[in-house]
Ligand binder design. Structure first.
Ligand SMILES: NC(=O)c1ccc[n+]([C@@H]2O[C@H](COP(=O)([O-])OP(=O)(O)OC[C@H]3O[C@@H](n4cnc5c(N)ncnc54)[C@H](O)[C@@H]3O)[C@@H](O)[C@H]2O)c1
Length: 469
């Protein structure tokens, strides 16, 4: 029977798994650096979605310090959006870490990783994350006997080492500035090897400033002009980029742009072919329609391009045009609940994932904390929800009303603390995933990954109520 082209298969994250492969790498050796757009490298392939409960300067700073990129939302006047972008660009690049003390095998791993990354110092911060000093491993060779030698290289009011006798010993036996030791402060705990390393890898531009992106509508030339050259990336933020009017507007818009331009959202191979062939400049593709946890487009309009399917479609289109996945990076946007979904998106051809949900409950997300009973939450809403649309029309006189229907909901997500933990756990999950797939980098994952269809959900997330994370 001839295949009915009116019915294609659109896979989403829960329809597939990646199958394990012979692996030449340990998870901690996996390189997860990637690209957010043609000219913007990231150390963690993670972008925050331009949503008004999520992405403002505070989250964008925290995320860039951790190696990803925040996309400032456009639900505000353009001058205000530009101030958010500038605030990120002018933020000091301080590497954040708590006090780190390493011993034995762990120390050897730190030494190895610090060497490979060319790192020489670990900072000490207070609870407000102000840097109080730097500890340097001056004799890394000493690791094999389990005794890293620490030296304070930038004295300041440091910390009281308290009952952490180990730390005191190391520091005393080392070359820590004695004067600094007597100052009162607070012991701030320890971090794992990976935490210490991840926080040392901020996403920076050529001038050493934090990377940041900003959302724009292709119809809003003034916004794009105001943000061009200030934000590293301008990210198109419309539900249906594959619309003749949107394409025409984007065609005019990109002509004079200096910043990278990411087109989207797109969901199909045809959409990508039309976009890349019509626009002079496409530096990334934002793929996925209706996949988000707060998105109701599929219910309201019967339309969806599930994120995994959309990434696969982009990959076929780029292959058809002979364009490398590394040249026009694909961003998987919508429905990414954690690193497992992200590994699948990357394996399908994405260079990075975009999420609002994973960040919505963090301290740094734009919405205020809400207490209900004895539990803490943060508001989270779709950008096509009633509240978000009302705010947009009120704040932005250039907005046009194209539809009179809501395509998103407003709700609450559980508070989940600092964004640092979310990103570090995410990075560790990715490394584990690539390790299972036998890939030491994302481009290798593109080549090696094998998917399998599954007939029902497997493993965890069934029945057992999680008490952590
Ligand atoms: N990623 C998603 O799945 C998704 C889905 C819905 C909305 N959203 C978000 O919600 C916000 C509002 O999005 P928006 O695009 O609806 O608002 P919008 O009013 O900014 O629409 C922009 C343009 O996109 C085109 N367009 C949008 N929906 C269309 C449709 N159904 N048919 C034909 N053309 C259409 C029209 O030209 C419209 O003028 C944005 O931030 C958007 O990213 C995202």
């Amino acid at each position: 029977m001839a295949q009915d082209t009116r019915l294609v298969e659109a896979l989403s994250f829960d329809d597939v798994v990646l199958v394990p492969s012979l692996s030449p790498v340990e998870p901690w050796q996996v390189d997860i650096t990637s690209k957010a757009s043609r000219n913007v490298r990231v150390n963690v392939p993670l972008l925050s979605a331009p949503m008004d409960t999520v992405s403002e300067w505070r989250l964008a700073v925290a995320l860039a310090l951790l190696g990803g990129v925040g996309v400032i939302h456009r639900n505000m006047p353009v001058e205000e959006q530009r101030r958010h972008v500038e605030r990120v660009k002018s933020h000091p690049v301080v590497e954040l870490a708590d006090v780190a003390v390493y011993e034995g095998e762990e120390c050897c791993r730190v030494r190895e990783a610090m060497r490979s990354l060319g790192l020489r110092q670990l900072p000490i911060v207070d609870s407000a994350e102000a840097v109080k000093g730097y500890v340097e491993f001056v004799d890394l060779e000493a690791c094999s006997c389990g005794t890293p030698v620490a030296k304070l290289v930038k004295p300041g009011p440091v910390f009281e080492l308290g009952e952490e006798g180990k730390a005191v010993d190391h520091v005393k036996r080392g070359k820590l500035d004695a004067a600094a030791m007597t100052l009162k402060g607070r012991f701030l705990g320890t971090v794992s090897v990976h935490e210490a390393l991840a926080v040392y890898n901020p996403a920076l531009d050529e001038e050493g400033r934090l990377r940041v992106a900003a959302a724009v509508s292709p119809f809003d030339a003034k916004r794009a002009e105001t943000l061009d050259g200030v934000a590293d990336i301008l990210v198109s933020d419309v539900a249906h980029f594959h619309n003749v009017n949107v394409l025409d507007a984007a065609k005019r818009l990109v002509k004079s742009l200096e910043s990278d331009f990411v087109a989207g959202n797109l969901g199909t191979r045809e959409g990508v072919l039309d976009t890349v062939s019509r626009l002079e400049k496409v530096d990334g593709l934002r793929m996925g329609i209706a996949g988000g946890s707060i998105c109701t487009t599929s219910g309201v309009a019967g339309i969806a391009a599930p994120t995994l399917f959309a990434v696969m479609q982009a990959r076929s289109a780029l292959e058809e045009m002979g364009i490398g996945l590394d040249t026009i990076p694909v961003i998987a946007d919508g429905g990414v609940r954690g690193p497992g979904d992200a590994v699948k998106a990357l394996a399908a051809g994405a260079s990075a994932v975009m999420t609002g949900y994973m960040f919505a409950g963090t301290d740094e997300a734009a919405a205020p904390l809400v207490r209900i009973g004895n539990k803490l939450y943060k508001p989270y809403r779709g950008m096509a929800s009633r509240g978000a649309l009302e705010k947009r029309y009120a704040a932005d006189r250039y907005s046009r009303v194209a539809k009179r229907v809501e395509e998103g909901i407003e709700g609450l997500v559980e508070y989940r603390g600092r964004v640092r933990r979310v990103v570090l756990e995410f990075a560790e999950g990715l490394k584990a995933g690539l390790g299972y797939a036998g890939a030491s980098s994302i481009p290798e994952l593109w080549r090696k990954a094998r998917f399998a269809r599954i007939t029902s959900r497997i493993g965890a997330y069934t029945g057992v109520v999680k008490t952590s994370w």
